[in-house]
Design a binder for this molecule. Sequence first.
Ligand SMILES: [Zn+2]
Length: 611
Amino acid sequence: MTQLCAWKRGALAVVSLLAAGALACKPATETPGAAATPAPPATAAERPLPEQAQGAAAAITADVLREPIAQLGSDAFEGRGPGTSADPKTRDYLVQQMQQIGLQPAAADGGWTQSFELVGIDASPPATWTFDGGGGKKVAFKRREEFIAASGVQEPKATLQGAEVVFVGYGIQAPEYQWDDFKGQDLKGKVLLMLNNDPDWDPNLFAGERRLYYGRWTYKYESAARQGAAAAVIIHTTPSAGYPYQVVQTSWTGEQFELPHESEPRVQVRGWLTEDASRRLVELGGKKLDELVQAAKSRDFQPVPLGVHTSLTLSTKIRRVQTANVLGKIPGSDAELSDEAVIYTAHHDHLGIGEPDKSGDTIYNGARDNASGCAEVLAIARAFKALPEAPRRTVMFAFVAAEEQGLLGSKYLAEHPPIPAGKIAADVNFDSANIWGKTKDITFVGLEKSSLGDVVRRFAGEQGGRSVKPDQFPDRGFFYRSDQFSFAKVGVPGVYLEPGTEFVGRPAGWGKEQMEKHENESYHQPSDELTPDWNFDGMVEDSQLGFLVGLWVAQQDQMPTWTPGDEFEAARKAAIAAAESGGAPAAAPAASAAASAEPAASAAASTSDDD
Ligand SMILES: [Zn+2]
């Protein structure tokens, strides 16, 4: 998982886990409003589970789960870094396992793998960035100390030539809040200077203090690109970013991976300026920053050209690396529903080989993150094959690549699915399993977001009365940091189960203690290895739960639905309409359209805003 970013910068020489890993740590948006009670599934008559479901679930055992973890988490797999020789070796292992289980290949070309490129971008900005106010007045800012500039394009050079700087307030267009900072002005070729965050002083406007996607830096760059701007420069303040400028300095340096550019618009340069530098820039244009910020707090705000011009050239090193998602399936048995699917996902990549830890170990094995999730999905595939008849809908098993680089494999799969997104009923995602034993509860990250909450509650209840809890660390925004988020962006509701916290036979607080210990000592470190003290009992139950939930979804007449008003509801409607008309989805809603436009960024990505 990309979540905690207990990641020490510079600890790894590997690819650019650094940039990307660090960039892969924060939600692209916060959980949306009211945690309303999920709507019940909109089915008239519920289809019960097949009688043999419980027997099939029993195919998921500790031994079945342990073996793939022992293999994939061993030193022989070298930490499964994307684009390394361990990458195809990992995929071959997964294909062999799927063949042995009796799955069929599920890629669009009839094979087992969906290949794609990762583009590594490493830009070198000059030591100073100069702005010209005319009449001989200039200011120059220092690299890193005062400005950060990254390439917005996958080209050897990114350039600005005498581009004018325009202050555009928050740089937000949000029809649902009747908010448009651009007011139809022509901003082509301009450098847009903008505020971070979104309006936060009114609970009815941009959800008050909760940061929406509009308040993320990823949105800012995408929004500027939609205006045809040449650059976007975000004014850093600690309150508006939620983290000190130092975090910007460290996470925007070094190589960053993205998916190859498709048709989305891009700015040439993505920048940050410190608050102090922004003040001086604005003064060069004869304005006061505080007055501009005040003006930006109104719906009537108009972009303010500063009469300041700038040029900048970034030389960029571009590197292309091949990787692939691995896809298997069990075709559905129902004539009408078999063209629809339930998809299980687990990322197969991890961080590869890097700097040694204290013991001298250089292999980042990723046994828990995420050999364990791969093992869970393989075990679930076994359970499905143990049923006497295939489920009504097709069940797909996807081992996705490059999650640690910013959910890139799942993003690629969600945007190029072998089955249209509007026909994918649900994604059930596994990332970093419970290795500490049985729990009386289970965590469902995104519990309140769709009708799947009720389904999980019910089958967890049948496991001896287990309770289902929402994300236990809501401030960390886990929903936006694993692969089900890529599917949510194309409208597919998801189940993302994380370990419970109340362990059977353990005192209160023991579970959180174990998890925190793991985060500090093993998360994204060479010591994330399979050790004899791993207790598989909880992993067995959690996997069985994932199996039963997916099976239930595969059997029902209707697909699950988002909670009304959820941020992804509109994307779902668009995807279903597109699937019905056989075309590409129509314009998606602002947030998800934006979210889908930029990989390393949007993908849950982002700067380790937390550390
Ligand atoms: Zn991870």
